[in-house]
Design a binder for this molecule. Structure first.
Ligand code: 3PG
Ligand code: MG
Length: 396
């Protein structure tokens, strides 16, 4: 439960109103500027359909990439608008600006279309959360809806500033994300097993601290686990490590003992003689990593051990790959763990990092109960921190 509870689009009358919807259409594009992964666009469809079905006029807005307050031709919203139109089966008009008289005119001229504004980050006022830019956005509509969970950790004009000028509620994706991820910290079905991977332990210490309050087991892999292994006094060769994080890792391990949470580290690794797709590789025990080799994946004994824990779980949260899954020689750990999670009878929730990319690579994304559209935002929420864009919405 959100504290305080916030209004959603179901709590207000949108009929006949013009609704300005902040979505997170920050999606990857290929070299020809086609949308490579439309997950975030599909994620916003329930809110868009709801508003259209309830007779609202829609103006959507998003950022794309990180242009620094100026126009970058390759980051225009046109391909995103095209993708949305094909998914929505409803006309979408993509504008080349976000505010001003030409935008207002285009909105008036196209009553039968969904309007998509240009990339918000072409305007310096967006990231700086300037009142003037927020007010100009608000002038376009009667109601503001935030459905951009993935951007809810940013206090920008389109996520926070605009709420000063319009009735402001959340969309259905935002609601689902907050309920699902927030629910993990409240009352998860047990055993609750957390799987953490990815490169840097420093990125994960906040969520580890949070999960030590509620999880039963934390399974680790990826580059981050080498700092844990180093903390155990083992040699890790040339594997990635963050020496300066060892005291924090030691504290987390101490806290885990106190809270009776099991933190698991790999017992074997696939090691490589260099960081290269075509490197020589072999499987070694965790205590036998050769001094000039590096661990690039968890080994088969670790996979077996982790899968037997996952098989018994009732709730699983997964964030971060177990190895360099983009390279076939080092993909087995991530793929096997993803398959175990897919097969598990548990409620399975995946959030952030590259785990969603890994799921897509292995064709398993439909096998999870919930895949979050947020990276940084999901982590922030799971660290138990407030999300400024959510805080700014109207209380019930
Ligand atoms: C994301 O992809 O992380 C969100 O869209 C937010 O983008 P940002 O990290 O550039 O603020
Ligand atoms: Mg980000």
């Amino acid at each position: 439960m959100l504290n305080p509870p916030k209004k959603t689009i179901r709590d207000i009358d949108v009929s006949g109103k013009t609704v300005l919807v902040r979505v997170d259409f920050n999606v990857p594009l290929d070299i020809d500027r086609n949308v490579v992964d439309d997950t975030r666009i599909r994620g916003a469809l329930p809110t868009i359909h709801y508003l259209l079905d309830h007779n609202a006029r829609l103006i959507l807005m998003s950022h794309l990439g990180r242009p620094k307050g100026q126009v970058v031709e390759s980051l225009r919203m046109v391909p995103v608008g095209r993708c949305l139109e094909s998914l929505l089966d409803y006309p979408v008009v993509t504008l080349k600006e976000c505010v001003g008289p030409r935008v207002k005119e285009a909105i008036e001229k196209n009553p039968g279309a969904v309007i998509l504004l240009e990339n918000l980050r072409f305007y310096p006022g967006e990231k700086e959360n300037l009142a003037d830019f927020s007010r100009q956005l608000a002038e376009l509509a009667d109601i503001y809806v935030n459905d951009a969970f993935g951007t809810s950790h940013r206090a920008h004009a389109s996520t926070v500033g605009v709420t000063a000028y319009l009735p402001s509620v959340m969309g259905l994706l935002m609601e689902k994300e907050l309920e699902t991820l927030g629910g993990l910290l409240e009352d998860p079905a047990r055993p609750f097993v957390v799987v953490l991977g990815g490169n840097k332990v420093s990125d994960k210490l906040g969520v580890i601290d949070s999960f030590l309050e509620i999880a039963d087991t934390i399974i680790t892999g990826g580059g981050m686990c080498f700092t844990l292994i180093k903390n155990m006094g083992l040699e890790i060769g040339n594997s990635v490590t963050e020496e300066d994080q060892i005291p924090q890792v030691a504290n987390a391990v101490k806290k885990a003992r106190k809270k009776s949470v099991r933190i698991m580290v790999p017992s074997d690794f696939v090691v490589a003689d260099r960081f290269d797709k075509n490197a020589n590789f072999k499987v070694v025990a965790a205590e036998a990593i050769p001094s000039d080799w590096m661990g690039l994946d968890i080994g088969p004994a670790t996979v077996d051990k982790y899968c037997s824990v996952l098989n018994g779980a009732k709730t699983i949260f997964w964030n971060g790959p177990m190895g360099v899954f983009e390279w076939p020689s080092f993909a087995n750990g991530t793929e096997s763990i993803a398959e175990c999670i897919a097969r598990a009878v548990a409620t399975t929730i995946v959030g952030g990092g590259d785990s969603d990319a890994a799921l897509r690579q292995f064709g398993l994304e439909d096998k999870m109960d919930f895949v979050s559209t947020g990276g940084g935002a999901a982590m922030r929420l799971l660290e138990g921190k407030k999300l400024p864009a959510v805080e700014a919405l109207a209380d019930i």
